[in-house]
Ligand binder design. Structure first.
Ligand SMILES: [Zn+2]
Length: 301
């Protein structure tokens, strides 16, 4: 009898499981992208209010930003399709409704930050905002051959409702003004986003920065004369990042700006706020410059 019950319980579990999965996979916008590679980024993490109107609603290895304005929400990046349910749940945990998202800003059109955007935009009706080169990639759902990592990249659901913005362009939602700062290098279309956030009488320059990691797929050389434009742009980006008004830096992957340590410290002791660090953008630019110098030295061998 006991064994029969176990068998029935097991069968029920299998049926429930199989009922849940085909349903999820039947939605093409939620079909997992590169699940083996992505798993290491998607360790769950409780959502937090970082400072003022800025929140994190992503994962231990992948930041997804949220800005609350008096006219709706702004999401920064969309992670992967298999992460969309957790992002929306994190937004609800903070007391917001994902349907209030008006804009989704993109830092780069690689699948780890952008393949969940189509589902998030559909669920919320949000307009997606990206640089001119990134908007093209988002609309087609795959990078072009000129991306340094082209050979590694995985296609993803194209995004229909994308608006392209240029360096320095301002986006207004309610009383919040977000400025686009072009930071090409890691991808041609990388964009960082800055805004002012206040908590009581204290205000801070917020930066949500794109990845500045000089990665290239096998055989790609930043020093190839054909890639001179992207190398020049990369060097300019490092200067831009170094000099950006910056009190709080969040990066698309947390580790390169010490975001993993800041989050752990914030959970232990939120005062003084470990995210407030006026040297953060300078440090991020300097450590990224070192990675680029190392990469270029390696290519010269
Ligand atoms: Zn990338």
């Amino acid at each position: 009898m006991f064994r029969t019950m176990l068998f029935i319980m097991g069968l029920a579990a299998v049926l429930i499981g199989s009922a849940a999965f085909p349903q999820e996979h039947a939605d093409p916008l939620l079909r997992p992208v590169a699940p083996d590679r992505a798993a290491r980024w998607l360790t769950p993490q409780a959502p937090i209010k970082v400072f003022g109107n800025a929140y994190l609603v992503g994962f231990a290895g992948l930041n997804v930003g949220l800005i609350k304005t008096d006219a709706g929400l702004v999401l920064i990046d969309g992670a992967l399709p298999q992460a969309v349910g957790a992002i929306e749940a994190n937004i609800r945990r903070l007391g917001f409704d994902p349907k209030q998202i008006r804009y989704i800003l993109s830092t780069e059109p690689h699948f780890d930050h952008a393949s969940g955007i189509a589902a998030l935009a559909r669920d919320s009706g949000a307009t997606v905002i990206a640089s001119v080169p990134a908007a093209k990639v988002l609309r087609q759902g795959h990078s072009d051959a000129d991306d340094p990592q082209a050979a590694w990249l995985v296609p993803y659901p194209p995004v229909a409702n994308v608006r392209a913005v240029r360096d320095g362009e301002k986006l207004r939602l309610g009383r919040t003004v977000i400025t686009a700062r072009a930071t090409p290098g890691h991808t041609l279309g990388s964009m960082s986003w800055t805004w002012r956030s206040c908590e009581g009488r204290r205000c801070a320059n917020m930066v949500f920065a794109s990845s500045l990691n000089p990665l290239g797929a096998d055989g790609y050389r930043f020093t190839d004369p054909a890639h001179a434009a992207i190398l020049t742009a990369f060097r300019r980006t490092l200067v831009v990042m170094r000099n950006m008004p910056c009190d709080v830096l969040l990066t698309s992957h947390p580790e390169p700006s010490g975001g993993d340590e800041k989050y752990a410290r914030f959970q232990r002791q939120p005062v003084p706020n470990p995210y407030i660090d006026p040297t953060a953008c300078r440090s991020y630019a300097d450590s990224s410059a070192q990675l680029l110098a190392k990469r270029l030295a390696g290519e010269a061998k």
